[in-house]
Design a binder for this molecule. Structure first.
Ligand SMILES: Cc1cc2nc3c(=O)[nH]c(=O)nc-3n(C[C@H](O)[C@H](O)[C@H](O)COP(=O)(O)O)c2cc1C
Length: 329
């Protein structure tokens, strides 16, 4: 297996982590919508984020990792206006169980595994990552396809401040670099481009994935929560989230879909001005082939897009987006 930091063989369109489940099977509704365009062929598989230990999260799973609920309560959507909140909370069986199923090892095309350290204290997160890396190293020789690792840094548990994030990511890149596979930190739009630049300068960083969901109520000067959710305040607390109202254990959830798209485009432009040269894997509110046309001029050779909530907000556009991106990028 070739070991390099080059992302080009991972293609121009990726899945958003979480959207096609741990092994690319998707979710039950995908089967019915496939004939209508919910078809991920031509895109690179990115696995749902794994945690080291099994984690209940908020989406109860069956033995085959499909959600027990047909319409999971921890996902709220405004289908007409094209946005959603989720607090899936990284439900999953833990990395050991996932590796031992042997399904990732059998894949033939380049793909991406996603991992997140979720402990509340930095030393515990470091230990968690060391254990994950040891596990991955043990299984890596059995992988048939080129694999990359997306390292997810947007967990509400961890709650890092932007100033702290560069240090944390750098430390995690140092630890994971022993895997000698492409490493792609995944951050969200709250991280200023100057900090993303510091992260991207790490020699083991193959590229930056932007953006994860935005926690409910965050970035109030850029996201109009009053308009989106009829909240009383411009800076709403999580109690005003429809997910919290469904069940306080869900917290406020994270925003995905349409409102992220203009912010994403602006972030990419700023990233160029800040001198980020590493490839970007960009997504957030890409819901139509037209969105691909809009974002394509901001991207360079080696960059790619990813698609997420479109799978349930505009499923019929999935195939068209993938085709358009493979044509334009
Ligand atoms: C139901 C759901 C589950 C998600 N699960 C994950 C996950 O496991 N890991 C992760 O990094 N991002 C996860 N995300 C975030 C997406 O990967 C993506 O970054 C975000 O939704 C923005 O893109 P979009 O607007 O195209 O959906 C999830 C999003 C949704 C809607």
């Amino acid at each position: 297996m070739e070991k390099s930091n080059n992302l080009e063989k991972f293609g121009k369109v990726w899945n958003a982590s979480g959207v096609t489940n741990f092994f690319g099977d998707g979710y039950p509704f995908h089967i019915f919508l496939k004939p209508f365009g919910l078809d991920f062929r031509g895109s690179t598989f990115v696995a749902k984020t794994a945690t080291l230990r099994p984690r209940a999260g908020n989406m109860p799973l069956r033995k085959n990792f499909m959600p027990k609920e047909w319409n999971p309560k921890c996902i709220w959507m405004n289908w007409l206006r094209g946005y959603a909140l989720n607090s899936v909370g990284l439900s999953g069986p833990g990395a050991k169980a996932l590796f031992e199923m042997g399904r990732w090892q059998k894949r033939k095309e380049p793909f991406v595994i996603s991992f997140m350290s979720v402990e509340d204290a930095p030393e515990k997160r470091t230990e968690e990552l060391h254990q994950f890396v040891a596990l991955f190293r043990e299984h890596l020789p059995h992988f048939q396809a080129q694999v990359a690792l997306q390292i997810n840094f947007s967990c509400p548990n961890v709650g890092l401040r932007p100033e702290e994030i560069a240090e944390e990511v750098t430390k995690e890149l140092d630890i994971t670099s022993v895997l000698k596979i492409p490493l792609i930190p995944k951050i969200n739009l709250e991280i200023p481009v100057e900090i993303a630049k510091k992260i991207s300068d790490h020699p083991a960083c193959a590229g930056i994935c932007i953006t994860n969901t935005i926690p409910f109520g965050h970035m109030p000067d850029r996201i109009d929560w009053q308009k989106l959710f009829k909240t009383k305040s411009k800076t709403p607390g999580q109690e005003e989230s429809p997910l919290y109202k469904r069940d306080p254990k869900f917290g406020g959830g994270g925003l995905s879909g349409k409102p992220l798209f203009p912010l994403l485009c602006e972030w990419i432009k700023n990233a160029r001005s800040a001198g980020i040269e590493k490839p970007l894997n960009v997504g957030g509110g890409i819901l139509s082939p037209k969105d691909v046309q809009k974002i394509a001029p901001l991207l360079r050779k080696g960059d790619s897009i990813f698609i997420g909530s479109v799978a349930f907000l505009r499923p019929w556009n999935t195939r068209g987006i993938i085709r358009q991106a493979n044509r334009l990028l």
